[in-house]
Ligand binder design. Structure first.
Ligand code: ZN
Ligand code: ZN
Length: 370
């Protein structure tokens, strides 16, 4: 196990992250020290940097990561699925540990709403022991209670990070949405990692046709090339929502609207648009409104007159993470996930953040070993 680790630290909101050095603590019983192979850069990290969510600083960012076992604490002999775990094994881990004591954990069994979660890369300050609580580092300290899963041999670490937190977020959303009708039409608003993951998940669940609305053009092209989208609408080209609807409806059976619409934009205005894209008795999953971007006018009559089922989903928990990892062999067999990833060395974390903010890359990942 290494003695020290570099880490990319957000010291102050609005400022660039800085690379600092920390001692790597030996693992206590139940803990794991992991070497990081890729630390994903997510749209949420851009929001965190600007102080749009209440988090402690300084903080080592990186809530999505994949790596390998450097040291196992006493009592850790297996992963979350019961398989053996040994030094050197490639692993992924759920980004949060629910408290298992609060009302939402114990009574509602809705652990994404846990009021006392540990979230790596977000709510564990870098000044607090064990300091290395984020994935933008050479190493991360995984506390007892972390859901650790060994990565199947036929799945590369790059493929895992390609869908970073988007994959499990979509797994959670899809679990709440329920089945996608076999052969049905799914419209996905948003072509970021969550939108693309939603389109892929819809395909895996039997969707017959997937329409993706988003930008920029290079992401839409990639979505089409990878076989994720059958049709794509560039929202920077088609700027009028009514015109966008006219593009989507002919892609649906009888022009009546999509069986399922998934919102993955983060833009409040997309919600009203999504309602119009659903067919009567259709279902609408709102997944992308992770930060508060303000209010938006919607017409509740349209929801009711079409008898739409509106579902929302907040984040993901350990079981969603496991569900996502279990889907990876099938996902990677169908889609070339590694093509989504742009790799940066750790010291270029600020460039990666800027590129994610600008949307010039689909998925940025920091690779400390590069
Ligand atoms: Zn994220
Ligand atoms: Zn809880």
């Amino acid at each position: 196990m290494r003695a020290s680790s570099r880490a990319a630290v957000l010291e102050e909101f609005g400022r660039d992250v800085a690379v600092r050095e920390y001692e790597v603590p030996g693992p206590e019983p139940g803990a794991v020290v992991a070497g990081v192979d890729y630390g994903g850069v997510c749209g949420t990290d851009v929001h965190l940097r600007h102080g749009r969510l209440p988090i402690p600083v300084p903080v080592v960012l990186g809530h999505e990561a994949v790596g390998h076992v450097e040291a196992l604490g006493d009592g850790v002999g297996s992963d979350a699925l019961g398989g053996p775990l040994a030094e050197g094994d490639r692993i992924g881990w759920a980004s949060s540990i629910a408290c298992n004591r609060c009302y939402y954990c114990l009574i509602e069994q809705a652990r994404t709403l846990c009021t006392d979660r540990v979230v790596y890369g977000i709510n564990q300050g870098a000044d607090e022991w064990p300091h290395l609580s984020g994935g933008w580092a050479d190493a991360i300290y995984l506390r007892p209670g972390t859901t650790v899963v060994r990565i199947p041999d036929d799945v590369s670490s790059e493929q895992v990070i390609a869908l970073g937190c988007a994959g499990p977020t979509v797994a959670h959303g899809m679990a709440r949405l329920g089945p996608v009708p076999a052969g049905g039409v799914v419209a996905v608003q948003g072509s970021g990692p969550v939108g693309l993951a939603a389109a892929m998940a819809a395909r895996l669940r039997g969707a017959g046709r997937v329409v993706v609305l988003g930008a920029p053009a290079n992401r839409l092209r990639l979505a089409t090339e990878l076989g994720v989208a059958d049709a794509a609408v560039d929202i920077t080209e088609v700027t009028d929502p009514a015109e966008r609807l006219e593009r989507v409806l002919p892609e649906t059976e009888g022009g009546q609207g999509a069986d399922v619409v998934v919102e993955a934009t983060g833009d409040p205005g997309a919600v009203a648009e999504g309602i119009d894209m659903c067919r009567p008795n259709g279902r609408f999953l709102v997944l992308g409104q992770y930060t508060d971007q303000g209010s938006t006018p919607i017409n509740p009559h349209r929801l009711v007159a079409k008898q739409l089922a509106l579902t929302t989903a907040w984040g993901f928990d350990a079981s969603d993470y496991v569900a996502f990892l279990r889907s990876l062999p099938e996902l990677t067999a169908r889609f070339d996930l590694a093509r989504l990833v742009s790799v940066y060395p750790l010291q270029r974390a600020n460039d990666a953040l800027a590129d994610v903010a600008a949307g010039t890359v689909t998925k940025a990942a920091l690779a400390p070993a590069h």
